[in-house]
Design a protein around this ligand. Structure first.
Ligand code: ADP
Ligand code: MG
Length: 287
C-alpha cells in the first residue's frame, strides 16, 4: 500500500504494474476542415484510423511513415494534448492525463526558439511536475539538472540561450529535460531531421545510455536506415498501422508500397527508392 501511495504521489497517476507501458485500442482521430486543430469523429481529414498496439517497458520504437501519416497526431494522443475521437489510449493502465512520467519533444517547427530561456532553465522545467509550481527548486533539483546535462554532454551549455544552440545540441538538452523529469516514456518527434551523421550518432549514444534506466522511447523519423539499425521495433504508419514488428518484417516491398504509394519507386527489380520529403505539415508555434 505504501508503495502504491508513493507511486501516486510521485507520478500523480498510479501505474498499474500488470499493464503495458503504452496501449492504444481502436483509436481514430479526424481533424475538422479549417478547425485549427479541432477534431471530430466526422472531421474531413482522417489522421488515424483504428490504431491498436502495445509497447512494453524499455522498448525503443521507430515510428515511420510518409508526411501526413499521423505520426505527430499519434504522439499528441499519447501525451494527452489531443483526445481520440474513438478508442482508448492508456499509459501504465490509465488515460494519459496527469502522467508526469511522459516526456515529449515536439517537432522543431512547433517550438519557438526565440523564447528567451537558458538551457538550464529548460531542463529545470522538467522538474516542475515533480516539485510543484509553487515551490522554489531545491538543491537536489539543481543537482539533478546538472547531472542530466552532464549525461547528454551539454553541461558546458547550461548558461546559453536555447536559441543559440545547434539542432543536435537542442535535442540533447530536451533529452536532459526528460532525464530531470525522471520520465519513463520519452516521445521525440523527428529529432533527427536536419542533423548530420555525427549529431544523429550523439543522440543515439545518449539514448543508448538510457537503456539501463528502462526508459521506453518512441521516435518519429523519416530515416528508414536508422529506424532499421537503431531501434527494437518499427511502426509503419499511414493513417492506420501498416506493420509493427522488427524492421526486417516491416520493410517488405508490399508494406512500403502500401505506406508510401506514389512516393515509392522500385529499381532493378528489388531495390526501393522513396521520394518522401521530411517534415512538412502543420506549423503551430508554441510559446
Ligand atoms: P505526420 O506527423 O505523420 O506528418 P500529422 O499527424 O501531422 O502527420 O498529420 C496527419 C493528418 O492530419 C494529415 O493529413 C494532416 O493534414 C492532418 N492534420 C494534422 N494537423 C492538423 C490540423 N491542426 N488541422 C487539420 N488537419 C491536420
Ligand atoms: Mg509530424
Amino acid at each position: 500500500m505504501d508503495n502504491f501511495v508513493a507511486q501516486i504521489t510521485s507520478r500523480h497517476a498510479a501505474h498499474l504494474t500488470d499493464a503495458p507501458t503504452l496501449e492504444l485500442k481502436n483509436v481514430s482521430v479526424a481533424y475538422v476542415e479549417g478547425g485549427n486543430g479541432v477534431t471530430s469523429l466526422h472531421g474531413e481529414h482522417l489522421a488515424l484510423q483504428d490504431v491498436s498496439f502495445q509497447v512494453e517497458s524499455g522498448e525503443r520504437i521507430a515510428v515511420v511513415g510518409p508526411n501526413g501519416a499521423g505520426k505527430s497526431t499519434l504522439f499528441k494522443l499519447i501525451v494527452g494534448t489531443l483526445k481520440p475521437n474513438q478508442g482508448e489510449v492508456n499509459v501504465y493502465g490509465h488515460g494519459p492525463h496527469g502522467h508526469i512520467c511522459i516526456a515529449y519533444v515536439p517537432q522543431r517547427s512547433q517550438i519557438d526558439w526565440s523564447f528567451p530561456v537558458t538551457v538550464e532553465d529548460v531542463v529545470m522545467m522538467g522538474r516542475v511536475g515533480q516539485i510543484g509550481l509553487f515551490r522554489w527548486p531545491r538543491r537536489r533539483d539543481w543537482d539533478l539538472v546538472k547531472a542530466s546535462l552532464e549525461r547528454v554532454n551539454a553541461a558546458h551549455l547550461a548558461k546559453k540561450q536555447i536559441g543559440e544552440l545547434s539542432g543536435g545540441q537542442q535535442q540533447r538538452v530536451f533529452i536532459a529535460r526528460a532525464l530531470a523529469q525522471e520520465a519513463e516514456l520519452l516521445l521525440m518527434d523527428e529529432p533527427l531531421a536536419g542533423l548530420d551523421v555525427p549529431n544523429q550518432e550523439a543522440i543515439f549514444d545518449v539514448l543508448d545510455a538510457l537503456r539501463p534506466d528502462g526508459v521506453t522511447v518512441l521516435v518519429a523519423t523519416h530515416d528508414l536506415n536508422l529506424a532499421e539499425s537503431r531501434f527494437d521495433r518499427m511502426m509503419l504508419l499511414n493513417k492506420r498501422i501498416v506493420a509493427f514488428d522488427v524492421a526486417t518484417a516491416v520493410l517488405t516491398p508490399d508494406n512500403l508500397l502500401e505506406a508510401y504509394g506514389g512516393h515509392m519507386h522500385t529499381v532493378g527489380g528489388s531495390g526501393v527508392v522513396l521520394t518522401d520529403e521530411c517534415c512538412g505539415g502543420f506549423e503551430e508555434v508554441e510559446g
